[in-house]
Design a protein around this ligand. Structure first.
Ligand SMILES: Nc1ncnc2c1ncn2[C@@H]1O[C@H](COP(=O)(O)OP(=O)(O)OP(=O)(O)O)[C@@H](O)[C@H]1O
Ligand SMILES: [Mg+2]
Length: 234
């Protein structure tokens, strides 16, 4: 479970990107985070694991975020960044996916099992010896998701996971997310994807809570979506 209370994130130039946001994500719930460009989606995701500092209270799986438990929080909640280049930095995709499990102190055989399993799950086993520098945007996205799944987090925070994906990879991701048991917060502009994967969605506007409700209702509500600077699914 993720509980956010009165959460505010301000950048050093005084921009308030998240403004007193409160919300709860239940165990196993998949919540879509929707909002126009600049609404604060990426800022919220990064701040929930201490990559950006915030004020208020964030509790993930019973652990309340503070300066001293950021490493532990990040074993509970994995982030898939908006830009996969921020996630892949080793010579091969195998090493990138193995990085987290190795850091957890697993022996090499267990690491290999876990890495191969995640590469298979995401249909990217053929990329294991390739460098992220030479992959397409979609291939990098799938590899970045594998690095997070390899850490076995309880919560997955995803920023635009379908960006760069071709229709087949996007479909593969939708099917995978529908079957995973994790609690998820997924920032996306891909509303059809949100409708298929998430039961609930939260709309942010100018860093503030604007609305939340069932995706099947809210994403089709032309008036509300328009007021949030978005376009409803027709
Ligand atoms: N480093 C920064 N310094 C100051 N302001 C920033 C910084 N990064 C982002 N912002 C501002 O914070 C607000 C929220 O930005 P954020 O990137 O979280 O939006 P977003 O909803 O993820 O947008 P997008 O849909 O374009 O990804 C915007 O007004 C943005 O201009
Ligand atoms: Mg963003």
């Amino acid at each position: 479970m993720v509980t956010i209370r009165d959460w505010t994130v301000q950048y050093p130039d005084a921009t308030v990107a998240i403004d007193r946001l409160s919300l709860q994500i239940e165990d196993g719930e998949r919540l879509a985070l929707i909002g126009a460009n600049g609404a604060g989606k990426s800022t919220l995701i990064l701040s929930l694991v201490g990559i950006l500092p915030g004020s208020g209270e964030v509790t993930i799986e019973g652990l309340t975020l503070n300066k001293s438990n950021i490493t532990e929080i990040r074993t509970k909640a994995g982030v898939i960044f908006q830009n996969p280049d921020d996630q892949l930095f080793l010579p091969t995709i195998y090493d990138d996916v193995a990085f987290g499990p190795r850091n957890l102190g697993l022996d090499e055989e267990s690491v290999r099992h876990r890495v191969e399993d995640r590469l298979e799950l995401l249909n990217i086993a053929h990329l294991r010896e390739r460098s992220a520098l030479k992959l397409s945007g979609g291939e990098k996205r799938m590899a970045a998701i594998a690095t997070v799944l390899a850490m076995k987090p309880d919560v997955m925070l995803m920023d635009e996971p379908t960006a760069f994906l071709d229709p087949k990879s996007r479909r593969c991701l939708i099917k995978l997310l529908q079957t995973l048991p994790h609690t998820m917060l997924i920032a996306t502009h891909d509303l059809a994807f949100a409708a298929e994967v998430c039961s609930r969605c939260l709309i942010l506007k100018d860093g503030r809570y604007f609305a939340d409700g069932p995706t099947q209702k809210l994403l089709y509500d032309a008036e509300k979506m328009d007021a949030a600077g978005l376009e409803a699914i027709s």
